[in-house]
Design a protein around this ligand. Structure first.
Ligand code: SF4
Length: 202
C-alpha cells in the first residue's frame, strides 16, 4: 500500500479494450513505451484477456538474480526499472520473474518494467492504467473502498512450485460467479465462466 491506498488487479474483469496499454505509454517517466500487456487466457477457445502489471514482490526475484545489482526497491516497496548505468542487458530478470513482467528493450539496452506510476501514486493519484480501465480490472483505492464497492476478497500471496511470493499489488479471489462488468449499467453478469460474453443471454 502507498499512503493507505492499494493497487488491485482483477483479471476476470478485463474486456480487452487496451485502454490501459495506451494510457501506460503516456506515462511521463517512460513516454511512448507501454509497460503493461494483455495475456490471452485461452487462445483459440476464448477471446478473454488478462492485463499483466508488475506485482511488486516484497522480496523480488528479478533483483535477486541481477548480476549488476541494477534493480532497486524504493522506500514504499515499489520495484523499479533497471538503473540505466548498471543494467548490462543480460535478461536474467526477464527469465526469472514468476509473473513474466520485465522486458528487455534493445534500445536503450535496458530492462524496463511497470513502476506502479510512482510519480503519481506517491501523490495519491491512481496509476495511469487504473485511471482509465472502464471495467475496473485495474483498480486503485483504500481497502475500505474495496470492501464497500466490490465483491470478492483480496490476496497478495502466491505460490510458484516451491516458491512463495508475497506482493504489494493485490488480486481478487472468491469472485468466481461474478463478472465481467457491464460498464453501461455497472452491474455484473452471473455465470460468466460458462458464457463469458453473455452470448446466450438472448
Ligand atoms: S483497460 Fe481494463 S478492460 Fe481494458 S484491456 Fe486494460 S485491463 Fe482490460
Amino acid at each position: 500500500m502507498i499512503g493507505g491506498q492499494m493497487f488491485v488487479i482483477d483479471q476476470s474483469r478485463c474486456i480487452g479494450c487496451e485502454a490501459c496499454v495506451h494510457a501506460c505509454a503516456e506515462c511521463g517517466t517512460h513516454r511512448g513505451t507501454s509497460l503493461i500487456h494483455l495475456e490471452p487466457v485461452d487462445p483459440g477457445v476464448s477471446t478473454q484477456t488478462a492485463p499483466m502489471v508488475c506485482m511488486h514482490c516484497e522480496d523480488p526475484t528479478c533483483a535477486k538474480v541481477c548480476p549488476a545489482d541494477a534493480i532497486k526497491q524504493n522506500e514504499a516497496g515499489v520495484v523499479q526499472s533497471a538503473l540505466k548505468p548498471r543494467c548490462i542487458g543480460c535478461s536474467n530478470c526477464v527469465l526469472a520473474c514468476p509473473f513474466g513482467v520485465p522486458r528487455y528493450f534493445p534500445e536503450p539496452d535496458q530492462m524496463m518494467k511497470c513502476d506502479m506510476c510512482f510519480d503519481r501514486t506517491s501523490q495519491g493519484l491512481a496509476p495511469m492504467c487504473a485511471s482509465v480501465c472502464p471495467s475496473e480490472a485495474l483498480w486503485y483505492g483504500t481497502p475500505e473502498e474495496f470492501a464497500e464497492r466490490r465483491p470478492g476478497q483480496l490476496t497478495n500471496d502466491f505460490r510458484f512450485g516451491n516458491q512463495d511470493v508475497r506482493t504489494h499489488v493485490a488480486t481478487v479471489v472468491n469472485d468466481r460467479n461474478r463478472g465481467p462488468l457491464d460498464v453501461a449499467t455497472m452491474t455484473v453478469r452471473e455465470r460468466w465462466q460458462d458464457d463469458p460474453f453473455g452470448l446466450g443471454a438472448g
